[in-house]
Design a protein around this ligand. Structure first.
Ligand SMILES: Cc1cc2nc3c(=O)[nH]c(=O)nc-3n(C[C@H](O)[C@H](O)[C@H](O)COP(=O)(O)OP(=O)(O)OC[C@H]3O[C@@H](n4cnc5c(N)ncnc54)[C@H](O)[C@@H]3O)c2cc1C
Length: 493
């Protein structure tokens, strides 16, 4: 038997463990430092509310389905998905409200979308479809992890055209769309990977296509039910799961990891290590590489943004909200500059707001509403941490903006509250500088590629999750866990 250890029970780690369990010669142990399995997919029961602390937007269910199908099972017997419609509701400071319908055709029926807007959206959709086809070929099917590997699968000159190589995401959108509200809406798809549309490669414009093509879903009973379903499958497959146990360090031998030391004082021999802990924190904390060895890695694979996650239970309902809502900043670009370049908290941030009880009233007391507010903010930057007073002022700016934009007396109706800052997120999951989506997709830094799955330092170490390809966000993280199988098997030949 080969001893396979998966460090971390996030979606990436669970997906890897489930995929590797196809091979009977592996004894798989998944080790998680927290008391719950699911990583950032996490839940808090408080004051009669069930707060999903992590992801709320579920796309590309096919990658979740695959985990069950590979073992002859059906995902819907473990957790069920409910379609969300409209996909988002978008609020602007001048009072304009535009829905993002659940299909492209649905956009045509909206009052404030003109014939011209619709024609532009159609042309944009055709463009995003091509970007998806390109990415599907390179990243999802052929699993390229670098530009060099891409050249093995794709004719070089076609890469430029098919990936819209020379443009940023924002430039790609403006090539097709002229309505300023729709430009902001399309740019905000970058939320899904916590990056900056003015720096991200144009290929990220595949995101609207993915959502319209494969749908936007809610997990029946709350997002955390997806983790419960996957845990049930792991149990059936005989995967050993240890919670409340942290991997503290490793023993190295001839370019391999030979043993791990756990927080319960025990050590364990390993043949294969799959780290769901992000690559940079792993090298810093666990194998303790010298700083100079990590310089290139850090420069190329900087963290995606973090978030200011404010979970509110309120004793009022706001009928104007949909399940997913965006309250846009008047200054979208400046807002992204503050997050990614200036390390500043914006006075007028764009706010993502989830009201899950619109789809699932069982998540809180009758007549109440869950209002989860998630403006993206900068990750933790060395000694330049935000002070308590800065966070308080930011919270005030966010709530004032929401009240100004129609959520009347929101503050007066709060009956339950839970706040997670980048510091909470970093401490809980050991993500790089408190990032919530792994590595930033940045045209100049990495063209959207993440850290390769096979470690360049240790022959039997592999990465899964948001810091590795194909990237952050639930479906991509789950796909990374499936893709790692090929690398593990190759290393054992
Ligand atoms: C507030 C918030 C909102 C989000 N919204 C969305 C959304 O709407 N849609 C979407 O698709 N994505 C969203 N995301 C991102 C999504 O949650 C992540 O991309 C995904 O869950 C990350 O999974 P992962 O497996 O890469 O990492 P994680 O979930 O972070 O899992 C890593 C695990 O490793 C454990 N670990 C780390 N070090 C050790 C160690 N030394 N020993 C043992 N265990 C260790 C951690 O405790 C953690 O459980 C959101 C994230 C957050 C925080």
């Amino acid at each position: 038997m080969k001893e396979v250890v998966v460090i971390g029970g996030g979606l990436g780690g669970m997906s890897a463990a489930i995929t590797l369990a196809k091979h009977k010669e592996f004894r798989i142990t998944l080790i998680e430092k927290n008391s719950h399995i699911g990583g950032k997919l996490n839940v808090l029961e408080q004051d009669g509310f069930s707060f999903d602390l992590g992801p709320s937007i579920f796309t590309m269910p096919q990658y979740f389905d695959a985990l069950f199908e590979m073992h002859g099972k059906k995902r819907e017997n473990y957790f069920k998905l409910v379609p969300v419609t409209p996909h988002w509701r978008n609020f602007f400071e001048d009072g304009t409200t535009i829905d993002l319908a659940d299909t492209l055709e649905g956009m045509k029926a909206l009052d404030n979308i003109t014939e011209k807007d619709y024609e532009e959206l159609q042309a944009f959709y055709t463009y995003t479809e091509k970007l998806y086809d390109f990415t599907n070929d390179i990243l999802f099917k052929n699993q390229a992890e670098t530009v060099l590997q891409t050249l093995k699968y794709y004719p070089p000159l076609k890469i430029f055209k098919d990936s819209d190589y020379f443009r940023t995401m924002d430039e790609g959108i403006r090539k097709y769309i002229t309505n300023p509200y729709l430009i902001d809406i399309m740019n905000y798809f970058i939320k899904y990977v916590g990056s900056n549309p003015y720096d991200a490669p144009a290929v990220m414009n595949l995101l609207p296509y993915i959502q319209w093509k494969f749908g936007l879903w809610y997990v029946e009973g709350g997002m955390y039910q997806a983790s419960i379903g996957m845990q049930k499958l792991m149990k059936e497959l005989g995967i050993i799961v240890k919670t409340n146990t942290e991997v503290l360090s490793v023993e190295k031998q001839k370019g391999r990891i030979s043993k791990i030391t756990l927080s319960d004082g025990t050590t364990k021999h390993v043949d294969v290590v799959v780290s769901n802990m992000e690559a940079i924190p792993f090298y810093e904390k666990i194998t303790q590489e010298p700083e100079k060895k990590l310089k290139t890695l850090k420069k190329k694979y900087g963290p995606a943004c973090s978030g200011f996650a404010l979970h509110l239970g309120v004793n009022k309902q706001y009928p104007q909200l949909a399940h997913h809502n965006f309250f846009f900043s008047n200054e979208l670009k400046q807002n992204f500059d503050n997050i990614f370049h200036k390390h500043k908290l914006s006075g007028d941030p764009t706010i993502y707001l989830v009201a899950p009880m619109k789809t699932d009233p069982s998540q809180g007391p009758e007549g109440h509403e869950i209002i989860k507010i998630l403006p993206h903010i900068s990750v933790i930057k060395g000694d330049k941490a935000f002070s308590k007073e800065e966070y308080e002022a930011f919270e005030d700016a966010v709530l004032t903006k929401l009240e100004r934009m129609g959520l009347t007396d929101l503050r007066k109706h709060i009956v339950s509250k839970e706040l997670w800052t980048p510091e909470t997120i970093q401490q809980k999951y050991y993500s790089n500088q408190g990032a919530i989506y792994g590595v930033e997709a940045n045209r100049k830094m990495n063209l959207g590629f993440k850290v390769p799955k096979t470690s360049t330092f240790y022959n039997n170490l592999f990465f899964v999750g948001g810091s590795t390809n194909p990237g952050g966000g639930m479906p991509m993280v789950v796909l990374s866990g499936q893709q790692v199988e090929k690398h593990v098997l190759r290393s054992l030949k």
